[in-house]
Design a protein around this ligand. Structure first.
Ligand code: S3P
Length: 417
């Protein structure tokens, strides 16, 4: 018999929070955002908006944002986006069609990540975006407030790129039509609707008529499924272990990991308690004897942040777990194929790597070891899960990096039994 453990919660969804803050910043009037996460990435967006002249105040657990596109000011100094790819890329889009010149920068990891993927499509709005010769930050956005709507083909399956263009479309005059790789998380589209912005599907295209001013609103940010995933995996990997999480975001473009847990053989129960612009509910997972899974290229966009965790679960599963078509992992907060492989090997896990993925042979006999996280929060949490589930001592070189998305993760993980 397992003792009954009360449901846990996880910090609010990072992707939703960035977008809600940016829409609230553009909206006329006061927006009230509930359950914003305290992680460093979302703080980076808040700080950046503050530097652009947006005023925000706390009222208990609520952040009240006073917006208005007309009140944006050119920041006197470079804006530090910290470790946050979503902050820098979405903000570049937002500023591309405003009368603002701004320098956006970040930490060493962010400075190594590709920015041409946003600069190139935003050029269609007449915005000039200066990048380093390597195509990276620091970048300077020279926004074009006279921008006309544009036809833009999205070439990378990245919600950040799609969203940068959607934010730019809000300030452009006339229709912007996006085509191409649009099948990624759809939080921007959903939050546009929540903030009264019209955005329609026209066949395979997404169309936004600009200019549009978002309407201030109230929004509850549900728990982040990509943070919940670590606690759910910690339960899944140990037969009989259990985790129940309340108020977890269940947007269908984000729930692929729950199906992967089922394919591994874990017992997963989901009950949606709320629809709203972003559905959420309760998720329970019970661990079992796991069998290997194969992740196909088409599944990658829906699982992008969970793939290191899939690799860790592969070490507990019988057979060869593999991921392919995931070259995008190489340009995340670290090269997540190499950092994953080095860390896994340090604990005795057998890993093969490829330019676009990796494979893990399980079940592995894990031993104590030291893990180099490369400052990557998701690598750190994935291997903390490995340590917890295998009952081994995993020494992370930078446990603090987990605060990028999940402050207090180690304590939460202790609650999974
Ligand atoms: C995000 C999109 C994904 C994801 C990141 C958050 C977003 O990045 O990895 O953690 O909020 O749009 P890409 O768009 O680069 O795939």
């Amino acid at each position: 018999m397992t003792a009954t453990i009360p449901p846990m919660t996880v910090p609010g969804d990072k992707s939703i929070a960035h977008r809600a803050l940016m829409l609230a910043a553009l909206a006329q009037g006061e927006s009230r955002l509930f359950n914003l996460p305290a992680g460093l990435d979302v703080r980076s967006t808040q700080r950046a908006l503050g530097a652009l002249g947006v005023t925000m105040r706390r009222e208990g657990d609520v952040l009240v944002v006073s917006g208005g596109a007309g009140t944006l000011i050119a920041p006197p100094e470079p804006i530090d986006c910290g470790n946050s790819g979503t902050t820098i890329r979405l903000l570049t889009g937002l500023l591309a069609t405003r009368a603002i010149v701004a320098t956006l920068d970040g930490d060493a990891s962010l400075r190594a990540r590709p920015m041409r993927r946003v600069a190139a499509p935003l050029a269609a709005f007449g915005a000039r975006i200066e990048l380093s010769p390597a195509g990276t930050a620091p970048l300077v956005v020279h926004g074009n407030a006279a921008a006309r709507g544009a036809a833009v083909a999205i070439e990378v399956p990245s919600a950040q790129v799609k969203s940068a263009v959607l934010f730019a479309a809000l300030g452009a005059h006339g229709p912007t039509r996006l085509t191409g790789q649009l099948a990624t998380r759809d939080h921007t589209e959903r939050l546009f609707e929540a903030f009264g912005v019209r955005c329609r599907h026209d066949g395979d295209a997404l169309v936004v008529e600009g200019p549009q001013t978002p309407q201030a609103t109230q929004l509850h940010v549900p728990g982040d499924l990509s943070s919940a995933a670590f606690l759910l995996a910690a339960a899944a990997a140990v037969p009989g272990a259990h985790a129940t999480l309340d108020d977890v975001g269940l947007n269908p473009t984000r729930t692929a990991f729950l199906d992967v847990l089922r394919r591994f053989g874990a017992d997963v129960e989901v009950s949606q308690t709320s629809t709203g612009p972003e559905p959420h509910g309760r998720v329970s997972v019970r661990g079992a004897r796991l069998s290997a899974v194969v992740i196909a290229p088409g599944e990658v966009p829906g699982l992008i942040d969970e793939l290191p965790l899939v690799g860790v679960l592969g070490a507990f599963a019988h057979g060869r777990t593999s991921v392919s078509g995931a070259a995008e992992l190489r340009v995340k907060e670290s090269d997540r194929i190499d950092t994953f492989a080095h860390a896994a090997r340090a604990l005795g896990i057998e890993v093969e790597t490829a330019p676009d993925g990796f494979a893990v042979r399980g079940p592995a006999t894990l031993h104590d070891g030291a893990v180099v996280t490369a400052g990557d929060h998701r690598i750190a949490m994935a291997f903390a899960v490995a340590g917890h589930a295998a009952g081994i001592d995993v020494r992370l070189d930078d446990p603090d990096c987990m605060a990028v998305s999940f402050p207090g993760f180690a304590r939460a993980l202790d609650g999974v039994r």
